[in-house]
Design a protein around this ligand. Sequence first.
Ligand SMILES: CC(=O)SCCNC(=O)CCNC(=O)[C@H](O)C(C)(C)COP(=O)(O)OP(=O)(O)OC[C@H]1O[C@@H](n2cnc3c(N)ncnc32)[C@H](O)[C@@H]1OP(=O)(O)O
Ligand SMILES: O=C([O-])CC(=O)C(=O)O
Ligand SMILES: [Mg+2]
Length: 288
Amino acid sequence: MNGSRTWMFVPGSDEKKLQKAGSLSADVLIYDLEDAVSPDEKEMARSRVRKAIDLHGDKVNFVRINSYHSPYFYEDLTNVLSTGISGIVLPKAETCEQIVFLDRIISELETKRNMDSNQIKIVPIIESALGLHHAFEIASASPRVIRMAFGSMDFALDIQAELTKSGMELLYARSHLVIASKAAGIEAPIDTVYVDIKDSDGLLKETTLIKQLGFQGKLIIHPDQIELVNQVFAPTKEEIEEAERLVKAFERSLVNGSGVLQLDGKMVDLPIVDRARRILQSAGVHSS
Ligand SMILES: CC(=O)SCCNC(=O)CCNC(=O)[C@H](O)C(C)(C)COP(=O)(O)OP(=O)(O)OC[C@H]1O[C@@H](n2cnc3c(N)ncnc32)[C@H](O)[C@@H]1OP(=O)(O)O
Ligand SMILES: O=C([O-])CC(=O)C(=O)O
Ligand SMILES: [Mg+2]
């Protein structure tokens, strides 16, 4: 899950999509039991999701259960918690207590089912004013919480914001989540879905923006979105070459006794070099 960039929702009641999910190249599959499934189909979806988990054992499988306050929460958990999944996505996460409670039930089920303890990770979705207000506490509530995700649809509904393509109305919430994740010592957050599946230009703009803000992944709803999002997060050839040049120049400068230099008319010092090293690391290029 570390470094996973594309987190793909698959509706838990849709047999065809559940089947197809196994052939998709998203980093993580999230079988949805929440908003993509109508109340009448909740029970049927649980058993379809269980089958999909068995079928896609080679994938990183997560399940989005229903929220803590819903009547489905406990049954969802007991039905899907198994060795075939890596984690639970908890929608509408609002308090530290919800995470502590979820952690406790998962621990009990892990013991009962002879699973490795702490196998199951938690990804809370922050999608309300209260959730955002408590984001740091939510991220710190359990070592199972590896990352947080942002849910803009419910969030906009909650705060009565109007969603626009520019995303200006979401800027504060997105940045807050990046800072809360970093402060809590967990990996950078995963951004919300982009619902306009035919608009690849819009998806490119939005993914570029959220990467700029510090996000390191995005929720995906359609196969066509996977490659584009992965590409935005992968460093380009030019970025890798530039980073290599910068690190080499800095190392030469250090040998000559200076921790700061000028390259192409710009100052280069340690934080700039550390950023370049991070680019090389994410591209799998070795640097000293
Ligand atoms: C706000 C929220 O809570 S978002 C999270 C909850 N929402 C979801 O989980 C929805 C996820 N996405 C979807 O269900 C679908 O993408 C939809 C309903 C939006 C569009 O579905 P379709 O009309 O079938 O799209 P389309 O025909 O373009 O799909 C192309 C192919 O990809 C498949 N596909 C599309 N979306 C998905 C998906 N999420 N998972 C697996 N397969 C998918 C289709 O079944 C189709 O397969 P085929 O070529 O073998 O027939
Ligand atoms: O997490 C998401 O992007 C989807 C979602 O539930 C929301 O936006 O409310
Ligand atoms: Mg939601």
